[in-house]
Write a protein of this length. Structure first.
Lengths: 294, 252, 354
């Protein structure tokens, strides 16, 4: 029983990371209607920045994380400006391939700078572990911080979308960018802001993920990126609460499958669950149903 | 017996009753108009007749067969073909190929015959080409047979859609606002074409139209739809004089 | 029928390019002008070309985005490699065995395509893309945990390890989970690869230019209109998807019989491979079969030619990819293209005038 609970806790912790990444995916998809395949690699860049500043230059972790967030935000906006903005009116496939190109680019830049060797990431979390139930259940500092960070960001983001002018502009653009533009919303600025927020979240996700799973390579971000994308689709792509729920569920399913079924098949099980969900509910758990008009 | 017989047809979307107690009888060879103000539910009736929507009530009989609730493909095989209000061509295919897709269920060979290029492939393709060119000629599109459909001018795209629908060899042809976006000259020409199609193919045609010149010019009988219900029906001249109809269009 | 002849000519050019490539490469090999590196690339090149042509059927002709193409290749590779390993001593000559392996790999991949297509093709757009990616990953992962052995009592399967197969002494382990299949006979040659490309081309080109192909493209262009003229949407979508999967399986057979050890890695059967094939298709021009062939060859050779640049080559590849997409698909890029076209037109006209 304790074993199960601790697996569950690990699942929620991993799920929180997925949720953070999925938030970025889902916001960008909702607004720019594109699959930003390079999103996962921004996570990796975020983790490398912390690795350099904290482990390399000896800066305090908080400062390192801050630098990383700023760096990724700038990176996200730059990527959008240089690679995606010229393709605003191009076919979806063209944008997808460009995103794949950006993904290769980021991976190979990291490869050039840091090499292919795995870097061991030092956790930035200094919160002590919490022992529950007479020490049978240990919540590591990383777990606590990850889950809390995810909850706070998620709540903040929902409030931002609901009450701030920029947040409402985002909703308007995601609903109908043409109409939003006619109503005076600056669509380009809104899309840039979306990329900025998504990339900032990716930086945080990267740092938290590498604090729990300290192996860092240029390809660290790829698989979590794909899985977070799965989480976003799972929850209903375009929906912020959907990304959160999808991320958490995915994390739990992955950890429980690893624990009880097979560690090699865990990914396959995650993907199988996604397929089942989409077949039952073709737009994900919280996604909107759209019907084509004849 | 009427070719098309519709009784008590209705559909609800959620709580909204889009079409209610709709009825209509069309005789073989008739040119029939379905008119009504915007939002009256005319296109919804077309969608019900062609199986895009499944009716919640009522029945549809085509040539003595009950086709209520059947799928679009089945209904087309039973003999209803249509055009769309917003033109729906196979935009990347050639004009000729658009019509050949319409011939799909009448000129057959297997996929394997096609891949292996067996003699039957050449024979059937030749027949298809001949038949398609014949249809294109009717609409004066034969010279554009090799054009990509999306490169045709607007008026010709509308014609191509009719040609494609006719290729499926229907008993009843539904035209959804065929004159939309046409100038008076084009409309006049279209009227001639529609009459010609009826006479040449002995076709029964039901059309939705807002252009009253076209309606009064070619339709023999009309049904007027308002707020999803039949307001009145009868011979064109009588219906258009009906004060109820004028009120529905122009308001009190 | 002027159109037919034009189409025929275009298709003949495509076949011709493949045959010419074979002749030139063979000639160069005899003249000793081909490096061993390039020699090693010849069969993989054929594999990629077949994959690109087959994926173009799904992406360009059917108009659905699939990110799981490598999964079908994986199914074809493993089923055929297993067959060849089992029958290596039984079926002679090797040519017959390889032919049977080809059939098996192709049919198995087609069945996978059909089984996956039935649920997947109900979805649309990006959802379809992510689910095909999921299926591709599942196939790869499942292959990685299968252990299969054979002894006098027959076949034994396990998902744990070779020991739990409980083989009799003298029993043979056929699939070793993450270690895959070793000892597949190396039956693939460049000539076979070229023949398979030609067969793939023949199937895809003839399919496109037939009643079936028209129905598939009609669905791509306008599903609702296709339905209204009596086209069975599900049937033709499944058909295109399965043929595409089957041909990916053929590529898988070619791939498997070019290696002595077949292992399912993210690199060869994961979504990375699916994406790489998709890049060939998009850069070659969606729906353009000849373009797929050329893009597959150029983009495979490009990183190899840049080998001297070492660590920078994949970076350059990435930049080329982004730049190409922006040049071909952005508004600015298209304007430049138009201007270039106009410029060349003017020049050729001026020359004619001379």
């Amino acid at each position: 029983m304790i074993g199960f609970i601790s697996y569950l806790v690990n699942g929620i912790s991993l799920g929180s990371v997925y949720a953070l990444i999925a938030l970025g995916y889902t916001m960008v998809y909702g607004i720019a209607k594109m699959l930003n395949f390079a999103h996962g690699d921004v996570i990796m860049i975020g983790a490398y920045v912390v690795f350099t500043t904290v482990s390399g230059m000896g800066l305090p972790p908080v400062l390192g994380v801050l630098i990383s967030v700023v760096a990724c935000t700038v990176l996200g906006v730059l990527i959008e400006r240089i690679a995606y903005k010229p393709l605003r009116k191009a076919s979806k496939l063209a944008v997808l391939i460009t995103a794949i190109g950006v993904s290769y680019f980021l991976q190979n830049v990291a490869l050039l700078i840091y090499g292919a060797n795995t870097k061991s990431f030092t956790s930035v979390v200094t919160v002590p572990a919490l022992k529950l139930m007479d020490g049978q259940l240990v919540l590591s500092g990383e777990t606590i911080v990850t889950v809390l960070a995810c909850l706070i960001i998620m709540a903040g983001l929902m409030l931002f979308m609901k009450y701030s002018k920029s947040g409402r502009a985002m909703l308007a653009v995601s609903e109908d960018s043409g109409a939003a533009q006619l109503m005076g919303v600056n669509v380009n600025a809104t899309i840039a802001l979306t990329f900025a927020i998504g990339s900032a979240l990716a930086a945080i996700a990267g740092v938290l993920m590498c604090s729990s799973y300290p192996a860092l390579t240029p390809y660290t971000g790829a698989m979590p990126g794909i899985k977070a994308f799965v989480a976003a689709v799972f929850g209903g792509i375009g929906s912020i609460p959907g990304a959160f729920i999808g991320g958490i569920l995915l994390g739990i399913i992955e950890i429980l499958s690893k624990a009880y079924i097979s560690s090699q098949l865990a990914d396959a099980i995650v993907f199988a669950v996604l397929i089942v969900v989409l077949l039952v509910k073709p737009t994900g758990l919280l996604g909107k149903q759209i019907q084509e008009k004849v | 017996m009427a070719l098309l017989e519709v009784k008590n047809l209705g559909i609800s979307f959620g709580g909204l009753r889009a079409v209610d107690d709709f009825h209509m009888e069309i005789e073989q060879g008739q040119l029939y108009g379905l008119i009504g103000p915007n939002g009256a539910g005319k296109t919804t009736v077309f969608n019900l007749l062609t199986g895009v929507y499944e009716p919640t009530d009522g029945y549809i009989m085509l040539d003595g067969e009950n086709i209520t609730g059947k799928k679009t493909i089945e209904i087309n095989k039973h003999g209803i073909a249509r055009t769309f209000q917003n033109i729906r061509l196979f935009s990347e295919l050639t004009v000729l190929d658009n019509v050949k897709v319409g011939l799909h269920n009448h000129y057959k060979y297997s996929t394997l015959t096609g891949i292996l290029r067996l003699p039957r492939y050449y024979k059937v393709e030749k027949e298809m080409n001949e038949r398609a060119m014949e249809l294109l000629k009717v609409f004066d599109l034969d010279k554009e047979a090799d054009y990509k459909a999306s490169n045709l001018p607007y008026g010709k795209q509308r014609k191509l859609e009719i040609a494609r629908a006719l290729a499926t060899d229907p008993k009843l042809l539904l035209l959804d606002e065929p004159a939309a976006g046409m100038n008076p000259n084009e409309t006049l020409e279209l009227m001639k074409t529609i009459r010609f199609v009826r006479d040449k193919f002995h076709m029964t045609i039901l059309l939705i139209e807002h252009d009253m010149k076209l309606v009064s010019g070619i339709c023999e009988k009309l049904t007027v739809l308002n707020f999803g219900q039949v307001l009145t029906e009868g011979p064109t001249a009588e219906v258009l004089k009906d004060p109820k109809v004028i009120t529905a269009y122009l308001g009190e | 029928m002027k159109k037919m002849s034009k189409q025929l000519r275009s298709n003949l050019i495509t076949y011709g390019i493949v045959v010419a490539a074979y002749i030139i490469v063979t000639f160069c090999m005899q003249a000793g002008m081909v490096s061993s590196l390039l020699k090693g690339l010849l069969v993989p090149l054929c594999v990629y070309v077949i994959l690109a042509i087959s994926l173009n059927l799904t992406v360009g002709i059917l108009g659905e985005l699939s990110l799981g193409h490598a999964g079908f290749m994986c199914a074809g590779a493993f089923s055929s490699a297993l067959f060849s390993k089992i029958t290596a001593d039984v079926i002679q000559p090797a040519g017959l065995r390889f032919f049977l392996a080809l059939l098996i790999g192709t049919v198995v991949a087609a069945i996978f395509g059909l089984l996956i297509g039935i649920p997947v093709l109900r979805l649309k757009g990006d959802y379809l893309a992510i689910v095909t990616l999921a299926f591709g990953e599942i196939i790869k992962n499942v292959v990685n945990v299968v252990f299969l052995g054979r002894d006098s009592a027959g076949f034994h399967m396990s998902t744990k390890d070779s020991i739990s197969l409980g083989l009799e002494p003298g029993g043979q382990v056929l699939i070793k989970g993450p270690q895959g299949i070793t000892g597949t006979p190396n039956d693939s040659t460049f000539l076979i690869g070229i023949i398979l490309i030609l067969v793939t081309l023949f199937i895809v080109i003839n399919l496109i230019n037939s009643r079936t192909g028209r129905a598939i493209m009609a669905i791509r262009d306008n599903r609702i209109a296709a339905e209204s003229v009596g086209i069975d949407i599900t049937k033709y979508k499944l058909l295109a998807f399965s043929v595409s999967a089957a041909l990916a399986g053929t590529a898988g057979v070619l791939y498997a019989h070019n290696l002595s050890t077949l292992i399912a890695l993210p690199k060869n059967f994961g979504y990375n491979m699916s994406i790489m094939i998709l890049v060939f298709v998009v850069l070659g021009g969606i729906g353009n079969i000849r373009g797929s062939i050329i893009a597959a060859v150029v983009l495979t050779l490009l990183p190899e030619m840049l080998r001297a640049l070492n660590d920078y080559r994949m970076l350059i590849y990435a930049v080329v990819l982004i730049a190409t997409m922006i040049f071909t698909s952005s508004q600015g890029g298209q304007e430049i293209q138009e201007r270039m076209k106009a410029f060349f037109k003017r020049r050729s006209k001026a020359e004619e005038g001379k």
